[in-house]
Design a binder for this molecule. Sequence first.
Ligand SMILES: C[S@@+](CC[C@H](N)C(=O)[O-])C[C@H]1O[C@@H](n2cnc3c(N)ncnc32)[C@H](O)[C@@H]1O
Length: 275
Amino acid sequence: MPNSRKPTWDPQQYLRHSGHRTRPFHDLLARIPDLPARDRPARIADLGCGPGNVTTLLAGRWPGARITGFDSSPEMLAAAARYAGPTPGGGSLDFRHADAADWVPDEPFDLIVSNAALQWVPGHSASFAAWTGALTPGGTFALQVPGNFTSPSHAILDDLIDSPQWRPRVGPHARRYVHVLEAWEYLGHLTDLGCEADAWETTYIQLLRGEDPVLDWVKGTALRPVLTALAEDEAARTEFLAQYRDLLRKAYPPGPHGTVFPFRRIFALGRKPVG
Ligand SMILES: C[S@@+](CC[C@H](N)C(=O)[O-])C[C@H]1O[C@@H](n2cnc3c(N)ncnc32)[C@H](O)[C@@H]1O
């Protein structure tokens, strides 16, 4: 039967490449303007917070802030729970279940940020009006999403998923990550909503180490729907991974220093005007 289940997440697998995965968040953070000064702690939402390591970086930049990470994965929320509680700067971190597909802020936020998550949310730009509408004057909405869906790693995966052997097993839902807009489209949406917008893209030339490192990378992200679909059939899962691994080895041959895995990412932010 084709799969229609939501992908399950594996925080340990995802965190195996946390250095490369965290760098774009630092780059996004560097472009977020200071939050509006208030007579209360800054209020921050991290949408699709994952295992919470990136959420803690927000507490580093805004030590007194009250920060809530939202995620739809029980596995990720369980991993994030270790960071919950007061922060050294006098703020707090907590984590809650929410689906970004229908999340509507129920209080004003000074910052709503989403890192490497909205690619899993079809039509997410339709929520921008509600999200930027919930910002305090001078507050910011900021996002980063992968923009590498035409790269060999994804093109090969798509071809395998669509092949006569695998399509009946994994189904079209395994390709649910193609919901990303181009940087200029995000810029347009946020400007239309009255925000001062900024958008850009960066291709990181990542050097990965170890055996089959690109396969190891996608096991934490783009492969989640396939791994979920084949969770109860170990033989099929092993065969799918072997076929994908062999194709990836040709597309990303190891070099003398490791395997070069270019990764394009898209960034956008919109600041609500003060006046
Ligand atoms: C690639 S991880 C990114 C985690 C974290 N933001 C980071 O930068 O490390 C993607 C996260 O998005 C979450 N996610 C996917 N679809 C979601 C949805 N509809 N609502 C909320 N979270 C979602 C997943 O559970 C996962 O934790």
